[in-house]
Design a protein around this ligand. Structure first.
Ligand code: SF4
Length: 338
């Protein structure tokens, strides 16, 4: 699957959503805001989404939110543009908790391949009498792959079993069971409900995985898929980042097996003067330097900075970063200076 390969662009079409799920993991900077992101990059328009898809050689796109159909115009425009640029084989799926037939139809006509409905927990036991019964039929009428996306909440076993039975009855294409996870924004409500992490290193909720594995043993015709938090973060995310790394690496950056970059960093407000000094004094080719006046730093090939740091006045480091648009720093090690 393309998700497993990390081959799908993650397009957050908007942070807006009409639901208020207690377990919503969306970060505070996105929740309730009409923001637009392609992977980790905040963007202004669909052209930048296409750029980001090109940088990671994306074979498909997952449109997420919030609820992408809370901004149907942007979502429809994105689907059309991605299909136009990458062709019909560029597989696009979308998560929604909307049941609005008109919105579903617009997404389908734009070229959406797959729709993953995310009904609120309060409806799980009676989905056949909820607006989702019609919504999934509408989606299937447009020949989209149609399924349910369910967070596996310990203590909600009955609702989950009934939701899976509903999917079975309506011959949906899949049910995705996701391990419930703590995030920076949902930990307080989840803790208030009595949930705990399953161990010290995982953000997964205790009991969620066990319940998911039990559910996978149900005698259902609908295909059941389980996605653990470790798989999502440890495998999918790493693979997606590694795809981008190959295309955005600069000559002074060393690509690690994990898909991160190692580089030397000299912190200085005098970026241009320091670059000129290093090139002249140590005969370093310009392509092994990168000026970043915004962060007030000069990046240098790490194998060079290790040799020359003790001869510089400014603080120097070996830094490991993700190759994402925000270049999130993972680790920094100071180098000795004079
Ligand atoms: S439907 Fe999704 S985005 Fe909306 S509140 Fe629930 S978890 Fe958050």
């Amino acid at each position: 699957m393309l998700c497993e390969q990390g081959a799908k662009l993650v397009l957050l079409a908007t942070g807006k959503c009409a639901r208020r799920c207690c377990y919503c993991p969306l970060s505070a900077s996105k929740r309730g805001r009409d923001v637009f992101y392609a992977n980790e990059r905040r963007i202004d328009g669909v052209e930048q989404a296409i750029e980001e898809a090109e940088l990671m050689d994306a074979l498909g796109t997952g449109i997420t939110g919030g609820d992408p159909l809370s901004n149907t115009d942007r979502t429809v425009e994105s689907i059309k543009a991605l299909k136009y640029r990458f062709g019909r084989s560029h597989h696009i799926h979308l998560y929604t908790s909307t049941t609005d037939a008109r919105k579903i139809e617009r997404a389908a006509r734009a070229g959406l391949d797959e729709i993953r409905f995310h009904p609120p927990t309060s409806m799980w036991k009676d989905l056949e009498d909820s607006p989702f019964a019609k919504a999934v039929k509408d989606a299937k009428r447009f020949e989209m792959d149609t399924g349910l996306e369910l967070p596996v909440m310990p203590g909600r076993e009955d609702g989950l079993i009934r939701a899976i039975a509903f999917a079975d009855e309506l011959e949906l294409d899949f049910v995705n069971l996701n391990e419930l996870e703590f995030s920076e924004t949902n930990w307080r409500p989840l803790r208030a409900l009595g949930f705990d992490t399953k161990d010290d290193v995982s953000s997964g909720v205790k009991g969620s995985e066990e319940l998911a594995l039990d559910l996978l043993r149900l005698d259902a015709d609908v295909p059941l898929h389980y996605c653990s938090s470790a798989f999502k973060d440890g495998v999918q995310l790493r693979r997606r980042i590694a795809r981008r790394a190959r295309n955005v690496r600069r000559p002074h950056e060393v690509l690690t097996r994990d898909g991160t970059f190692i580089k030397g960093v000299v912190e200085t407000p005098l970026v241009a003067a320091t670059a000129a000094y290093i090139m002249h004094r140590f005969a370093v080719p310009g392509r092994l330097l990168w000026s970043d006046p915004v962060k007030k730093r000069l990046e240098v090939a790490p194998w060079i900075l290790e040799e020359i740091a003790s001869e510089l006045d400014s603080p120097s480091y070996i830094v490991e970063e993700y190759p994402t648009a925000d270049r999130l720093e993972v680790e920094r090690t100071p180098l000795r200076r004079r």
